[in-house]
Design a binder for this molecule. Structure first.
Ligand code: ATP
Ligand code: MG
Length: 268
């Protein structure tokens, strides 16, 4: 604004009038594969410090939504804004360097590297190769300790069970020093205690690191204890966005997600 062009004297109050920008804002996201619509016009946002649950039945478009946000493939349509800046269509490495870390539903660590080498490599990559070896090592130890895996130089990936592989996946994502973590945490293959542990771990990550989290899952019960808000997808469309408690009694969510009439719904 030019000097003297503010006759109403609004300049000092403008910061108070500004609407805060959400950390992540997804708007009208659509992804098609050869004419098949996997994600259809989905909009949601995540506030800084939130844990958002992104849930829905198998094939409802959760991982595809993550893949679009994380730059695995470009959206067919729609916008993805991080801190107000468009990131839709950026390559995965650029999205990572903007501060989004992600885990994969199917962990694929480098089996020829030790645990700490796997995680230190992520730290190095996340900081665009600019952090020195000692820093990457320290960050890797920190991430491994946070998820409860051994930090010793001799610990290897061979023989890790499903729960430990998911922890390693989390440690690798955390080592990239993200502000937003996309956790594609299919809890399939974990027993109840391990699922509860995974939920506690995400809470600890937010508490100790201040990282905002979107947690993708199709098992509703464990997640509901931990998330602040939940977005429900079905056949690529958003069918609910609100409080976990409200989702559990929402007729459409209960019918579509649990595949039963609302009146017969079990406790999720
Ligand atoms: N790369 C791809 N090419 C073609 N179709 C795909 C591709 N990725 C996903 N799909 C399809 O898009 C739909 C949504 O898949 P997506 O993996 O996003 O579901 P999901 O909600 O993560 O399911 P799950 O709970 O089983 O992990 C499915 O029908 C899937 O087959
Ligand atoms: Mg998936």
């Amino acid at each position: 604004m030019k000097p003297g062009s503010d006759p109403a004297g609004l300049t000092p109050v403008l910061p108070f009038l500004q609407v805060p920008v959400p950390l992540l804002a997804v708007s009208g996201l659509t992804k098609t594969f050869n004419g098949f619509t996997a994600v259809s016009n989905v909009s949601f946002h995540v506030e800084e410090g939130e844990i958002l649950g992104l849930i829905g039945p198998n094939g409802s478009g959760k991982s595809t939504t993550f893949n679009c946000i994380a730059g695995m493939f470009p959206p067919t349509a729609g916008s993805i804004r991080l801190g107000g800046e468009e990131i839709g269509g950026l390559a995965a490495n650029k999205v990572c360097h903007r501060g989004i870390g992600r885990t994969y539903q199917i962990p694929r660590p480098f089996h020829n590297l030790t645990l700490i080498e796997n995680v230190a490599l992520s730290a190095w990559f996340g900081q665009q190769g600019k952090a020195d070896r000692a820093t990457c090592w320290r960050q890797a130890e920190d991430a491994l300790a946070l998820v409860g895996l051994p930090t010793g130089a001799a610990a290897r990936t061979d023989g890790l069970g499903a729960a430990a592989l998911k922890k390693l996946e989390l440690a690798r994502a955390l080592a990239t020093q993200p502000m937003l973590l996309l956790a594609d945490e299919s809890l399939n293959g974990l027993d109840h205690g391990e699922m509860e542990q995974a939920a506690d771990m995400l809470q600890r990550i937010r508490r100790e690191k201040g990282i905002t989290i979107i947690w993708v899952e199709h098992i509703m019960g464990v997640l509901m204890r931990v998330v602040d808000r939940v977005v429900v997808l079905d056949h690529g469309e958003k069918i609910f966005d609100g409080a976990p408690r409200a989702a559990q009694s929402d007729k459409r969510v209960v019918e579509v997600y649990l595949g039963v009439d609302a009146g017969d719904a079990p406790d999720a």
